[in-house]
Ligand binder design. Structure first.
Ligand SMILES: *Cc1c(COP(=O)(O)O)cnc(C)c1O
Length: 393
């Protein structure tokens, strides 16, 4: 059996995004023990850098060992107990997963539903809060990767606080890509993912809990149903209480080297500069797509720069076109999910995949592929439209 050698792809789907060679190189460094003093120093640096990325002073800030879904579940199982009520906003696939988590905790999910592609309707949330004064938590997705819509996280958090409710926020696709202010917005529990705008390999989920959330965890009526995700146990490894850390599970050492490196790179670039880069590359891609005659799914004011959903032109076999992008250009873009399956493509401009090169390649590849598929598009104009944004003057 030969060794596995993956093809070199350009990753412009909904994640994973391209992993920078510096991150891959970091992951190839020698494995050491998860309680080695040198590794413990990396853990402390990691927590500090995550606080920087999340814009928080929360003590309880660390990467959960597992993909974004584990971060999601960690937030829910620690804060939600049987009999609780949670208001869940759903305007895409991931809000639906929040409902699953709430119900599996033995709690009741009160759903606030909006169409796929729309932002979370604040008036509906206001009504749900008024109708459910005993609700404990408001949960929503900041950047809905299944549609490319952004929620007004700041306003949603303020509404929850005014009602004395906690917030659980999905920031898997927002962290590092768009403004996110954990402390200023008063977010109580947040989870992200390593493989989207942080451009590390998949499998780690940065999480953070406010002091208020920490109190709620400490005063639970019963044990967290999940042993693996119980923060009261995980804390004993990630917090050096009196200098002694104790084994919980073997940390994914080399993956953590990778996340450490991607956070070092984020700090070098600067968080605001990273947000600005995502925005600029998005505007270039959008202008190119629109010049070609393609239509964006999400209204301009609610659009995420890092996830661009475009409507598939009439008559195009979407799966065949995506396959050609992969075989002809080594370019991966995403299909539609859930209610949008077969209707949109999702083009990611996340982390190391948010560069002028990615924009330029994607526009050229789409133009060639759509023309070959017989779609009616405007040819020879997309690159100039993108150039005007990318290389002004
Ligand atoms: C990708 C994603 C997840 C799940 O993350 P995994 O790493 O695939 O488990 C959750 N929420 C959102 C918004 C996502 O984009």
């Amino acid at each position: 059996m030969p060794s596995f050698n993956p093809p070199l792809r350009v990753l412009m789907g909904p994640g994973p995004s391209d992993v920078h060679p510096r991150v891959l190189a970091a992951m190839a460094r020698p494995t050491i023990g998860h309680l080695d003093p040198a590794f413990q120093a990396l853990m402390e640096d990691m927590k500090d850098m995550l606080r920087y990325a999340f814009r928080t002073k929360n003590r309880l800030t660390m990467p959960a060992s597992g993909p974004g879904s584990v971060g999601m579940e960690t937030c829910f199982v620690n804060l939600v107990e049987p009999g609780d009520t949670v208001i869940v906003c759903q305007n895409g696939v991931f809000g639906g997963r929040m409902k699953e988590n709430v119900e599996r905790c033995g709690a009741t999910a009160v759903m606030v539903i909006d169409d796929f592609g729309k932002t979370v309707d604040l008036d509906k949330v206001k009504k749900a809060i008024a109708d459910n004064p005993k609700a404990k938590v408001l949960a929503f997705v900041h950047a809905e990767t299944s549609t490319g819509a952004r929620a007004d996280a700041e306003t949603l958090c303020k509404m929850a606080q005014a009602a004395g409710m906690l917030t659980i926020v999905d920031a898997v696709t927002s962290l590092g890509g768009i403004p996110l202010e954990v402390d200023a917005w008063g977010i109580d529990a947040i989870y992200s993912g390593s493989q989207k705008c942080l451009s590390c390999t998949p499998g780690l989920s940065p999480i953070s809990f406010s002091a208020r959330a920490e109190q709620v965890i400490k005063s639970r009526n019963r044990k967290v149903q999940s042993w693996f995700m119980d923060m009261s146990l995980i804390m004993n490894y990630w917090e050096a209480q009196g200098g002694a850390r104790t084994y919980h599970h073997t940390a994914p050492i080399n993956s953590l080297y990778g996340l450490h490196e991607s956070l070092v790179m984020l700090k070098e670039e600067g968080l605001e500069a990273a947000w600005a880069r995502h925005k600029k590359n998005h505007m270039a891609l959008r202008d190119g797509l629109v010049a070609m005659g393609l239509e964006m799914l999400v209204a301009e004011k609610d659009r995420l720069p890092q996830l661009n959903a475009i409507k598939i032109p009439a008559g195009v076999d979407e799966a065949a076109a995506r396959k050609r992008l992969l075989t002809d250009y080594n370019l991966e873009i995403g299909a539609g999910l859930g209610a949008l399956a077969g209707k949109v493509w999702r083009i990611g401009l996340m982390g190391a995949s948010s560069t002028p090169n990615h924009v330029t390649l994607c526009l050229a590849a789409l133009e060639g592929t759509l023309a070959a598929a017989g779609a009616k598009i405007n040819r020879g104009v997309a690159q100039d439209a993108a150039r005007k944004v990318l290389f002004a003057s």
